[in-house]
Design a protein around this ligand. Sequence first.
Ligand code: ZN
Ligand code: FE
Length: 273
Amino acid sequence: MPSEMISAIVPLNAFEDNYIWAIPVRLNDSGGVAASTTAIIVVDPGDAAPVLRYLEDNGVQLAAILVTHHHGDHTAGIAELVAHRARGLVPVFGPARDNIAQVTHPVRGGERIELPEFGITFEVLDLPGHTRGHVAYYHRGLLFCGDVLFGAGCGRVFEGTMAEMQASLAKIAALPADTLIYCAHEYTQANLRFARAVEPDNTAIAARAKRVAQQRAAGLPSVPSTLTEERATNPFLRWDAAAVIAAATARRGSPPGNAIEVFTAIREWKNSF
Ligand code: ZN
Ligand code: FE
């Protein structure tokens, strides 16, 4: 995918550290994500204000809203955005199992979302664990994954089980290696401090920490990252790595029997880190 298309996806800042992703699309565009834009699709608008400002500043329409899960920092702006677009209906896609009031198009894993007038489709992935119904949206090597996978970290397991969360992360890990990970929070720097505690000798983590520190100092987002990068540095995708298994063994006091037990030990450690 040409780089100008990727850089055309814009992170809108919300709250302390949320990103609302704005995906540019063009009417009757057959190629999907468009460099020249007449509308945007937004992912997880927890706040309407930054989205409305972007629509106004760029003279574009709101094509659709994608929601990954029911938490307020991902949903609280939906009602105002829908009300604001008096002209025509803005479809709101969201997980059927998370029961979000403003969702007009409930979706489930395995489904495909189609916006024919914008020539764009997304595949829906079921990724339970953070919430029961959490989904992600995948379009041609781009993954919008809400609070499941973060830069060098993962979401807390609030509603599902550790086994469900590990399976959800494994589902992401199985996507093409060059998949770009558009997560919903800027947590990478803090997550890398934990990653270094888990794997002090992992040079990829040290290199990433240095790069992310420079990005943040320059006021730039540390995301999207690539799946390759996450597999090399994210302790929550590294249940197979000897150093992570050793760290899990030390935490548990006995060797983990499988990937779920490795993940659980590391996730519980992070909860109190
Ligand atoms: Zn959340
Ligand atoms: Fe969140």
